[in-house]
Write a protein that binds this ligand. Sequence first.
Ligand code: FES
Length: 87
Amino acid sequence: GFEVQLSSSGEVFAVGKDESVVEALARHGVFVETSCEQGICGTCLLRVLEGEPDHRDMYLSDDEKRRNDQFLPCCSRSRSKRLVLGL
Ligand code: FES
């Protein structure tokens, strides 16, 4: 498992292995706009300020994925214990 932190408030939420980051945020009243929920459309794109995403989308280019400064929370996860999000 891993956790996400909101950079604005500092709040930290655990992401369960059977839920997406979008779902974990929504459980805590933080709603991210989504459309495809399959990593295709890019609607849910969030900035990543710290941590290393585990990119599982087909939207970002390989170069964009390597920069680790954005990710698609409908499907992507984290390689690091925590991701700090631009939320
Ligand atoms: Fe389409 Fe996340 S909702 S990429």
